[in-house]
Design a protein around this ligand. Structure first.
Ligand code: ATP
Ligand code: MG
Length: 716
């Protein structure tokens, strides 16, 4: 075979190990490598190389992965390399195509049963048959359990034993779940419909039981590639085996340290055991990390070095290949709202500095965490999109809760404290503050409504919400009606159509993706790892989630958490998987010093005047800001700001902080905002503050004396 110029180009830009992958002869090939080492790049180049040299025909290749986005990405990369005509699909899409194609032959003329996209409705009916009352959320959790069983090749009769062995935590007694599972299967059969797992089974059955079908499919597909192979479940593996039919032209790539879907039935054991199962396999390990700066790579290594269990056996130390960048540091904020505001402001700065919004991501553990970031980004006018989940105010449970809260206005006595009114209003939807459900969809729904209560707590006490009355006196309107209006305002803001923006995503939906700048937020114990992770296996999966998150960043990584959810309650500890940062946590210090100075230490922790994060190092404290936060304070301007604020506050008969906090004054003196956009970029400043004091601030920045600026208060 004579390599062409095109195929030479495919080899360029690969390191020696990646080239070994690309040029390995037909047969089993296994790449076991860490994040960002070019696994996906190596397999797309392997496919392109083999087709461009004429070794194989593109139409005989089937490349499979797990999400439609990843499949589209693979097709795009193959297209860019000049390899067109290759099938790159998800397991589901590939199976569906084959089943459709052969349906008439397999079903002897009968039409193909309808494929149901979601199990939830029918599982609800099955639950009722089994004597269980399951609402939509309960049905969703049962459906998740049935999906796990079917993906794991577990039949209803085997469920109880299998679930116990796998340490499942089913939403009901396992025997009851098995009963629902059996009823669901019967119902489905009776109605003549199939679900996704049935469809994969139908593909297996078609190939294995119908020699003509099997022959035709195997003649069509001769070379197989699987990306993210650590995510394969037993049912998908069964289909892969059926496709192969004993042949061995299979390339698999994966990273056991990124196994984060075990709860759905995925298992890294097929990847880990591949070299043992196929003794003739070419096994390649990649350690050069091309994605991230050495600083990010260093943290990723430190996180995964502590990992235990089967998935950790094959991990390798990554070696960063990119030029050095900023050292990731853990920023600790008093509460989540402060954390989110600082994140939003930094997003604005990054965008102003030339980073496209589409190259920035904010990643969190559970979808309910997105609301506070949606709000902060909307307030800072940073465009964003939510990946893999509905926007907070579009969720059915949140919409329902808002309707319930509106309805509650009439039945709530006027003097009821707001938080109590909200908690009682939500009780009408069946929500109970004292009884969070154990996990799954029900838990997520509960968290979403709990987020509304947190909002109410903030609303009830935050000076930022206080409207200044005509006469200048502060009128605090914290009634349920005012809060409902506030929720409606937030919902409106978030419904604004989005253009390309900052990605908000859960860690789960970020796998395989990369951004220039990544914010990992809510890194507090209890959130990551979630309190529901109890067994060593579950905790290890949480650690791997952090590893996935850290390794998404190309150049710039931010780590943070809020010590409390809304400013009160016990301070949370930092995520336990951040090994080298653990020593610096203020909570740890407070704990260590407890015998001598109880609690004083904690209140003495000073915070960054730019972003508000707790400052842990002595030098940082002296400087008054994080080393990574930019600063050039204009002292004269700060003095004039301070004098103007005193005058304004005295005139309004309010404490100075109601006008602006010290931190805001300092931030303004550093950044000298000259227009509304620049002023809004500063934490703690929203449209209302802009309207009240914008003209005065711009005058001060322009050199005006405090008294002159005061005359411009409320000018807009
Ligand atoms: P993940 O485990 O997150 O899926 P991966 O191992 O699949 O990561 P890729 O997405 O293929 O990694 O590559 C990570 C980044 O490094 C990409 O931007 C890719 O283009 C780049 N890259 C990979 N190999 C090289 C190389 N030899 N030279 C330069 N850049 C490379
Ligand atoms: Mg990849």
């Amino acid at each position: 075979m004579i390599p062409t110029v095109l195929s030479d180009a495919v080899l360029a830009g690969l390191d020696p190990e990646q080239r070994t992958v690309v040029t390995a002869p037909a047969g089993p090939v296994c790449i076991l490598a860490g994040a960002g080492t070019g696994k996906t790049r190596a397999i797309t180049h392997r496919i392109a190389y083999r087709t461009l040299t004429g070794e194989i025909s593109p139409r005989h290749v089937l490349a499979v992965t797990f999400t439609a986005r990843a499949a589209a990405e693979m097709r795009a990369r193959l297209g860019a390399l000049g390899a067109t005509g290759v099938q790159a699909r998800t397991f589901h899409a590939a199976a569906l195509r084959q089943v459709r194609y052969f349906a008439s032959r397999l079903l002897e003329g009968r039409s193909m049963p309808e494929l149901i996209e979601s199990k939830v409705r029918m599982v609800g009916l099955a639950a009722a048959k089994a004597g269980l009352r399951a609402d939509r959320t309960g049905a969703r959790d049962l459906a998740g359990e049935i999906e796990w069983a079917k993906s794991s090749l577990v039949e209803p009769g085997e469920y109880v034993v299998a679930a116990t062995k796998a340490h499942r935590e089913p939403p009901h007694d396992p025997a009851k779940v098995a009963e629902v599972f059996a009823a669901y299967e019967t119902l489905k059969r009776r109605q003549g419909v199939i679900d996704f797992e049935d469809m994969l089974r139908a593909a297996v059955w078609g190939i294995e039981e119908h020699p003509d079908v099997g022959e035709e499919i195997r003649a069509q597909y001769r070379h197989f590639v699987v990306d993210e192979y650590q995510d394969v479940n037993p049912l998908q593996q069964r289909l892969l085996d059926a496709w192969l039919g004993g042949r061995n032209d299979l390339t698999v790539v994966g990273d056991a340290s990124q196994t984060i879907y075990s709860f759905t039935g995925a298992t890294a054991s097929y990847l880990i055991d591949f070299p043992r199962q196929r003794r003739d396999a070419v096994v390649i390990r990649l350690v050069r990390d091309y994605r991230s700066t050495p600083q990010v790579v260093g943290l990723a290594n430190a996180v995964i070095r502590q990992a235990r269990g089967n998935e950790a056996r094959l991990r390798l130390e990554l070696v960063g290949q990119r030029p050095p960048g900023a050292e990731p540091e853990l920023k600790i904020f008093p509460d989540e709202a402060g954390e989110a505001a600082a994140v939003a402001r930094r997003c604005r700065e990054l965008i102003a500095g030339g980073t496209p919004a589409s190259e920035i991501a904010v990643l969190f553990r559970i979808n309910a965490q997105s609301e506070v970031y949606e709000e902060a980004l909307a307030e800072a006018e940073v465009p964003y999109l939510v990946r893999g989940a509905e926007r907070f105010f579009e969720r059915p449970e949140v919409r329902q809760a808002m309707i319930a809260l509106r309805a509650a206005v009439r039945s709530t006595p006027g003097e009821t404290p707001l938080v109590q009114a909200v908690v009682e209003g939500l009780a009408a939807t069946g929500w109970s503050r004292e009884q969070p459900p154990p996990g799954g969809a029900a838990r997520e729904q509960w968290e979403a409504l709990a987020a509304l209560v947190t909002l109410a707590e903030e609303y009830a006490k935050a000076p930022a919400f206080e409207p200044i009355g005509q006469a200048g006196a502060v009128q605090r309107d914290v009634t349920l009606t005012a809060f409902n209006d506030e929720l409606a305002r937030r919902a409106d803001q978030q419904h604004a159509p989005t253009v390309a923006g900052v990605t908000l995503a859960s860690l789960h939906s970020a796998k395989g993706l990369e951004w220039d700048a990544v914010f990992l937020v809510g890194l507090a114990d209890g959130t990551l790892p979630t309190t529901y992770a109890k067994t060593p296996e579950q905790l290890e999966e949480e650690r791997r989630l952090l590893y996935v998150g850290v390794t998404r960043a190309r150049e710039w990584l931010w780590l943070s958490y809020g010590q409390t959810r809304s400013g009160s309650g016990r301070a949370r500890r930092p995520c336990r998987f951040l090994p080298q940062l653990e020593r610096h946590s203020p909570t740890e210090r407070a704990g260590a010093d407890r015998s001598r100075k109880p609690d004083r230490k904690r209140s003495q922790v000073s915070s960054c005047r730019i972003c508000g994060a707790a400052l842990l190092g002595g030098a940082d404290r002296k400087m008054g800001r994080c080393p990574t936060c930019p600063s050039d304070l204009d002292q004269d301007l700060l003095d004039r700001f301070t004098a103007w604020r005193a005058e304004t506050a005295a005139g309004l008969k309010v404490p100075a902080y109601v006008v602006f906090t010290d931190a805001t004054l300092v931030a303004m003196a550093e950044r000298r905002p000259a227009n509304p956009a620049e002023l809004l970029a500063i934490a703690g400043i929203g449209p209302r503050k802009l309207g009240q004091y914008g003209a005065a601030v711009f005058a001060l920045v322009g050199g005006a004396a405090p008294a002159e600026a005061s005359s411009k208060n409320f000018e807009n």
